[in-house]
Ligand binder design. Structure first.
Ligand code: CP
Length: 331
Protein backbone atom coordinates (compact mmCIF):
# COMPACT_ATOMS: atom_id res chain seq x y z
CA UNK A 1 0.00 0.00 0.00
CA UNK A 2 1.39 3.42 -0.95
CA UNK A 3 1.26 6.24 1.57
CA UNK A 4 -0.25 9.48 0.26
CA UNK A 5 1.66 12.66 1.14
CA UNK A 6 -0.30 14.98 3.44
CA UNK A 7 -2.06 17.83 1.67
CA UNK A 8 -1.84 21.30 3.10
CA UNK A 9 -5.21 22.38 4.47
CA UNK A 10 -5.02 26.11 4.15
CA UNK A 11 -7.92 27.25 6.34
CA UNK A 12 -6.54 29.33 9.22
CA UNK A 13 -9.86 29.77 11.01
CA UNK A 14 -13.36 28.37 11.35
CA UNK A 15 -15.42 27.55 8.25
CA UNK A 16 -17.71 30.55 8.61
CA UNK A 17 -14.89 33.05 9.00
CA UNK A 18 -14.21 35.85 6.50
CA UNK A 19 -10.95 34.01 5.69
CA UNK A 20 -12.93 31.33 3.88
CA UNK A 21 -15.52 33.51 2.13
CA UNK A 22 -13.94 36.91 1.50
CA UNK A 23 -16.18 37.93 -1.40
CA UNK A 24 -19.66 39.32 -0.77
CA UNK A 25 -20.49 38.84 -4.46
CA UNK A 26 -19.83 35.83 -6.70
CA UNK A 27 -17.30 37.82 -8.74
CA UNK A 28 -14.00 39.68 -8.32
CA UNK A 29 -14.29 42.74 -10.55
CA UNK A 30 -12.60 45.47 -8.53
CA UNK A 31 -10.47 45.91 -5.42
CA UNK A 32 -13.52 47.74 -4.09
CA UNK A 33 -15.13 44.28 -3.78
CA UNK A 34 -12.77 43.81 -0.79
CA UNK A 35 -12.40 45.45 2.58
CA UNK A 36 -9.24 45.45 4.71
CA UNK A 37 -10.13 42.20 6.52
CA UNK A 38 -11.05 40.29 3.36
CA UNK A 39 -8.00 41.60 1.50
CA UNK A 40 -5.76 40.45 4.36
CA UNK A 41 -7.39 37.00 4.38
CA UNK A 42 -6.65 36.61 0.65
CA UNK A 43 -3.07 37.83 1.16
CA UNK A 44 -2.54 35.31 3.99
CA UNK A 45 -3.92 32.45 1.93
CA UNK A 46 -1.84 33.48 -1.10
CA UNK A 47 1.26 33.61 1.08
CA UNK A 48 0.54 30.10 2.39
CA UNK A 49 0.16 28.90 -1.21
CA UNK A 50 3.42 30.63 -2.21
CA UNK A 51 5.26 28.89 0.65
CA UNK A 52 3.74 25.52 -0.27
CA UNK A 53 4.76 25.92 -3.94
CA UNK A 54 8.31 26.94 -2.96
CA UNK A 55 8.65 24.05 -0.52
CA UNK A 56 7.01 21.58 -2.92
CA UNK A 57 4.37 20.72 -0.32
CA UNK A 58 1.13 19.16 -1.71
CA UNK A 59 -1.78 21.60 -1.80
CA UNK A 60 -5.42 20.79 -1.06
CA UNK A 61 -6.96 20.51 -4.58
CA UNK A 62 -10.06 22.61 -4.02
CA UNK A 63 -10.81 23.09 -7.74
CA UNK A 64 -11.19 19.40 -8.62
CA UNK A 65 -14.14 19.05 -11.02
CA UNK A 66 -14.16 22.80 -11.72
CA UNK A 67 -13.47 24.40 -15.09
CA UNK A 68 -11.91 27.84 -15.61
CA UNK A 69 -12.05 29.65 -18.97
CA UNK A 70 -9.47 32.36 -19.64
CA UNK A 71 -11.14 34.75 -22.09
CA UNK A 72 -8.42 37.21 -23.07
CA UNK A 73 -9.28 39.84 -25.69
CA UNK A 74 -5.95 41.61 -25.03
CA UNK A 75 -2.43 40.21 -25.01
CA UNK A 76 -1.00 38.83 -21.80
CA UNK A 77 1.94 36.76 -20.65
CA UNK A 78 1.91 36.93 -16.83
CA UNK A 79 -1.81 37.08 -16.06
CA UNK A 80 -2.90 34.42 -18.54
CA UNK A 81 -0.14 31.95 -17.63
CA UNK A 82 -0.63 32.46 -13.90
CA UNK A 83 -4.41 31.91 -14.01
CA UNK A 84 -3.74 28.74 -16.00
CA UNK A 85 -1.14 27.50 -13.51
CA UNK A 86 -3.19 28.58 -10.50
CA UNK A 87 -6.16 26.54 -11.75
CA UNK A 88 -4.02 23.47 -12.37
CA UNK A 89 -2.21 23.76 -9.02
CA UNK A 90 -5.65 23.55 -7.35
CA UNK A 91 -6.64 20.52 -9.42
CA UNK A 92 -9.02 22.31 -11.80
CA UNK A 93 -9.28 22.19 -15.59
CA UNK A 94 -8.59 25.22 -17.76
CA UNK A 95 -9.41 26.38 -21.28
CA UNK A 96 -7.44 29.30 -22.70
CA UNK A 97 -9.30 31.04 -25.52
CA UNK A 98 -7.13 32.67 -28.14
CA UNK A 99 -9.47 35.51 -29.09
CA UNK A 100 -7.37 36.53 -32.09
CA UNK A 101 -8.62 33.35 -33.82
CA UNK A 102 -12.16 33.46 -32.38
CA UNK A 103 -15.51 34.45 -33.86
CA UNK A 104 -14.99 37.96 -32.42
CA UNK A 105 -12.92 38.52 -35.54
CA UNK A 106 -16.09 37.78 -37.56
CA UNK A 107 -17.99 40.52 -35.74
CA UNK A 108 -19.52 38.58 -32.83
CA UNK A 109 -20.44 40.89 -29.96
CA UNK A 110 -18.93 40.65 -26.47
CA UNK A 111 -22.30 39.64 -25.00
CA UNK A 112 -22.87 36.91 -27.61
CA UNK A 113 -19.37 35.58 -27.02
CA UNK A 114 -19.97 35.54 -23.26
CA UNK A 115 -23.33 33.77 -23.62
CA UNK A 116 -21.74 31.20 -25.93
CA UNK A 117 -18.93 30.40 -23.50
CA UNK A 118 -21.31 30.35 -20.52
CA UNK A 119 -23.56 27.84 -22.31
CA UNK A 120 -20.64 25.39 -22.04
CA UNK A 121 -21.04 25.61 -18.23
CA UNK A 122 -17.64 26.76 -17.00
CA UNK A 123 -17.39 27.53 -13.27
CA UNK A 124 -15.21 30.62 -13.67
CA UNK A 125 -14.61 33.04 -16.56
CA UNK A 126 -11.47 35.16 -16.29
CA UNK A 127 -11.80 38.08 -18.69
CA UNK A 128 -9.30 40.63 -19.99
CA UNK A 129 -10.68 43.26 -22.34
CA UNK A 130 -9.58 46.62 -23.72
CA UNK A 131 -12.79 48.37 -22.63
CA UNK A 132 -13.45 49.63 -19.11
CA UNK A 133 -16.51 47.88 -17.70
CA UNK A 134 -16.22 44.72 -19.82
CA UNK A 135 -15.85 42.52 -16.73
CA UNK A 136 -19.00 44.08 -15.22
CA UNK A 137 -20.88 43.28 -18.42
CA UNK A 138 -19.60 39.70 -18.17
CA UNK A 139 -20.79 39.43 -14.56
CA UNK A 140 -24.28 40.58 -15.59
CA UNK A 141 -24.38 38.18 -18.55
CA UNK A 142 -23.10 34.82 -17.32
CA UNK A 143 -23.86 32.32 -14.55
CA UNK A 144 -20.16 31.57 -13.98
CA UNK A 145 -18.01 33.44 -11.50
CA UNK A 146 -16.22 36.32 -13.25
CA UNK A 147 -12.73 37.56 -12.46
CA UNK A 148 -11.52 40.83 -13.97
CA UNK A 149 -8.04 40.28 -15.44
CA UNK A 150 -7.82 43.90 -16.60
CA UNK A 151 -10.48 46.10 -18.24
CA UNK A 152 -9.12 49.00 -20.26
CA UNK A 153 -7.56 51.66 -18.04
CA UNK A 154 -9.99 50.91 -15.19
CA UNK A 155 -8.93 48.03 -12.91
CA UNK A 156 -6.60 45.04 -12.61
CA UNK A 157 -7.55 43.75 -9.15
CA UNK A 158 -5.54 40.52 -9.10
CA UNK A 159 -2.39 42.49 -10.06
CA UNK A 160 -2.94 44.76 -7.04
CA UNK A 161 -3.52 41.70 -4.87
CA UNK A 162 -0.30 40.01 -6.00
CA UNK A 163 1.56 43.29 -5.43
CA UNK A 164 0.16 43.49 -1.89
CA UNK A 165 1.20 39.85 -1.34
CA UNK A 166 4.71 40.69 -2.54
CA UNK A 167 5.03 43.76 -0.30
CA UNK A 168 3.65 41.83 2.69
CA UNK A 169 6.05 38.91 2.17
CA UNK A 170 8.99 41.33 1.83
CA UNK A 171 8.28 43.83 4.61
CA UNK A 172 5.91 41.88 6.91
CA UNK A 173 3.03 44.32 6.31
CA UNK A 174 1.87 46.98 3.87
CA UNK A 175 0.71 49.27 6.69
CA UNK A 176 3.10 52.11 7.51
CA UNK A 177 5.12 51.88 4.28
CA UNK A 178 5.57 54.71 1.79
CA UNK A 179 4.91 53.31 -1.69
CA UNK A 180 5.59 55.56 -4.66
CA UNK A 181 3.86 54.68 -7.93
CA UNK A 182 5.80 56.24 -10.75
CA UNK A 183 4.96 56.63 -14.42
CA UNK A 184 1.93 56.55 -16.66
CA UNK A 185 -0.71 56.70 -13.94
CA UNK A 186 -3.38 58.20 -16.19
CA UNK A 187 -3.60 55.15 -18.47
CA UNK A 188 -2.85 52.50 -15.83
CA UNK A 189 -5.41 50.04 -14.47
CA UNK A 190 -2.58 48.68 -12.29
CA UNK A 191 -2.17 52.11 -10.68
CA UNK A 192 -5.91 52.54 -10.14
CA UNK A 193 -6.25 49.15 -8.39
CA UNK A 194 -3.02 49.56 -6.41
CA UNK A 195 -3.85 53.06 -5.16
CA UNK A 196 -7.12 51.73 -3.72
CA UNK A 197 -5.80 48.46 -2.27
CA UNK A 198 -2.49 49.72 -0.85
CA UNK A 199 -4.25 52.72 0.75
CA UNK A 200 -6.90 50.37 2.22
CA UNK A 201 -4.07 48.31 3.75
CA UNK A 202 -2.51 51.38 5.41
CA UNK A 203 0.26 52.44 3.02
CA UNK A 204 1.12 56.07 2.38
CA UNK A 205 0.77 56.06 -1.42
CA UNK A 206 2.63 58.67 -3.44
CA UNK A 207 2.25 59.26 -7.16
CA UNK A 208 4.91 60.64 -9.48
CA UNK A 209 4.39 61.40 -13.17
CA UNK A 210 4.59 64.16 -15.76
CA UNK A 211 1.50 66.38 -15.42
CA UNK A 212 0.16 64.97 -18.72
CA UNK A 213 0.22 61.41 -17.31
CA UNK A 214 -1.69 62.21 -14.10
CA UNK A 215 -5.50 61.74 -14.00
CA UNK A 216 -7.37 65.06 -13.89
CA UNK A 217 -9.03 64.37 -10.50
CA UNK A 218 -5.96 62.91 -8.76
CA UNK A 219 -5.30 65.87 -6.46
CA UNK A 220 -8.74 65.38 -4.83
CA UNK A 221 -7.79 61.96 -3.44
CA UNK A 222 -5.53 63.06 -0.58
CA UNK A 223 -2.42 61.35 -1.97
CA UNK A 224 1.06 62.84 -2.27
CA UNK A 225 1.35 63.90 -5.92
CA UNK A 226 4.76 64.75 -7.42
CA UNK A 227 5.87 65.75 -10.90
CA UNK A 228 9.58 65.56 -10.06
CA UNK A 229 11.14 62.16 -9.29
CA UNK A 230 13.89 63.68 -7.11
CA UNK A 231 11.17 65.03 -4.77
CA UNK A 232 9.17 61.77 -4.68
CA UNK A 233 11.96 59.27 -3.98
CA UNK A 234 13.35 60.27 -0.53
CA UNK A 235 11.58 58.30 2.21
CA UNK A 236 10.01 55.78 -0.19
CA UNK A 237 10.14 52.13 0.89
CA UNK A 238 8.89 50.85 -2.47
CA UNK A 239 9.05 52.38 -5.94
CA UNK A 240 6.50 50.84 -8.28
CA UNK A 241 7.38 51.73 -11.87
CA UNK A 242 4.66 51.62 -14.52
CA UNK A 243 4.98 50.91 -18.19
CA UNK A 244 4.68 53.85 -20.55
CA UNK A 245 1.54 52.70 -22.40
CA UNK A 246 2.07 54.03 -25.87
CA UNK A 247 -0.96 52.05 -27.11
CA UNK A 248 -3.33 54.01 -24.80
CA UNK A 249 -1.97 57.53 -25.41
CA UNK A 250 -1.64 59.92 -28.28
CA UNK A 251 1.75 61.42 -28.99
CA UNK A 252 1.05 64.76 -27.31
CA UNK A 253 1.48 63.54 -23.72
CA UNK A 254 5.26 62.91 -23.66
CA UNK A 255 7.76 64.49 -26.06
CA UNK A 256 9.70 61.22 -26.57
CA UNK A 257 10.55 58.05 -24.69
CA UNK A 258 14.17 59.29 -24.50
CA UNK A 259 13.13 62.48 -22.74
CA UNK A 260 10.80 60.48 -20.47
CA UNK A 261 13.76 58.30 -19.43
CA UNK A 262 15.89 61.37 -18.74
CA UNK A 263 13.31 62.79 -16.35
CA UNK A 264 11.48 59.77 -14.90
CA UNK A 265 13.48 56.65 -15.72
CA UNK A 266 14.55 54.57 -12.71
CA UNK A 267 18.35 54.46 -12.84
CA UNK A 268 20.80 53.21 -10.20
CA UNK A 269 22.11 56.79 -9.78
CA UNK A 270 18.64 58.16 -9.05
CA UNK A 271 17.81 55.35 -6.62
CA UNK A 272 20.94 56.07 -4.53
CA UNK A 273 18.81 58.39 -2.32
CA UNK A 274 16.64 55.45 -1.20
CA UNK A 275 17.16 53.54 2.05
CA UNK A 276 19.20 50.33 1.55
CA UNK A 277 16.11 48.19 2.25
CA UNK A 278 13.94 49.99 -0.35
CA UNK A 279 12.61 47.82 -3.17
CA UNK A 280 11.69 48.25 -6.84
CA UNK A 281 8.55 46.76 -8.38
CA UNK A 282 7.10 46.72 -11.89
CA UNK A 283 3.96 44.85 -13.02
CA UNK A 284 5.47 44.09 -16.45
CA UNK A 285 5.79 44.05 -19.32
CA UNK A 286 8.74 46.47 -18.99
CA UNK A 287 10.16 48.96 -21.43
CA UNK A 288 13.84 48.67 -20.45
CA UNK A 289 15.63 51.95 -20.99
CA UNK A 290 12.37 53.92 -20.81
CA UNK A 291 10.71 53.73 -17.37
CA UNK A 292 13.37 51.44 -15.86
CA UNK A 293 17.01 50.57 -16.56
CA UNK A 294 18.00 46.93 -17.00
CA UNK A 295 20.44 47.04 -14.06
CA UNK A 296 17.60 48.23 -11.79
CA UNK A 297 15.09 45.67 -13.08
CA UNK A 298 17.63 42.86 -12.62
CA UNK A 299 19.15 44.14 -9.36
CA UNK A 300 19.79 41.10 -7.14
CA UNK A 301 18.62 42.67 -3.85
CA UNK A 302 16.49 45.70 -4.81
CA UNK A 303 14.23 44.27 -7.50
CA UNK A 304 11.04 42.39 -6.57
CA UNK A 305 9.89 42.01 -10.17
CA UNK A 306 10.25 38.23 -10.40
CA UNK A 307 8.81 37.86 -6.87
CA UNK A 308 5.71 39.62 -8.22
CA UNK A 309 5.48 37.08 -11.03
CA UNK A 310 5.95 34.18 -8.60
CA UNK A 311 3.34 35.53 -6.19
CA UNK A 312 0.92 36.07 -9.08
CA UNK A 313 0.19 32.34 -9.23
CA UNK A 314 -0.43 32.14 -5.48
CA UNK A 315 -2.61 35.27 -5.43
CA UNK A 316 -4.78 33.90 -8.25
CA UNK A 317 -5.02 30.55 -6.47
CA UNK A 318 -6.36 32.39 -3.41
CA UNK A 319 -8.97 34.22 -5.50
CA UNK A 320 -10.09 31.09 -7.39
CA UNK A 321 -10.29 29.09 -4.16
CA UNK A 322 -12.30 31.82 -2.44
CA UNK A 323 -14.85 32.20 -5.24
CA UNK A 324 -15.35 28.45 -5.70
CA UNK A 325 -15.52 27.66 -1.99
CA UNK A 326 -18.21 30.25 -1.35
CA UNK A 327 -20.65 28.44 -3.66
CA UNK A 328 -23.59 27.53 -1.44
CA UNK A 329 -22.34 29.92 1.27
CA UNK A 330 -23.55 33.20 -0.28
CA UNK A 331 -24.26 35.85 2.39
N1 CP B 1 1.05 42.71 -15.40
C1 CP B 1 0.32 42.17 -16.39
O1 CP B 1 -0.91 42.27 -16.41
O2 CP B 1 1.07 41.53 -17.34
P1 CP B 1 0.48 40.77 -18.62
O3 CP B 1 -0.07 41.84 -19.53
O4 CP B 1 1.64 40.03 -19.22
O5 CP B 1 -0.61 39.86 -18.16
Amino acid sequence: MTTQPPTVVMSRTSSTDVSDYPFQKPHFLSVHDLNEATARSLINRASDYANAIRDNVPIEPTLVGKHVVNLFFENSTRTLASFDMATQRLGGRVTNLPMETSSVKKGESLVDTLKTIDAMRPDVIVIRHGSAGAADIAAKTVDAHVINAGDGAREHPTQALLDAVTVTRTFGDVSGLTITICGDIKHSRVARSNIALLSMLGADVRLCAPPTLLPDDIRDQGLGVFTNLADALPGSDVIMALRVQTERMDHSVIPSTREYHQQYGLTLDRLAVLAPKAKIMHPGPMNRGVEIDGNVADHPTKSLILDQVENGVAARMAVLHALISQDGHQT
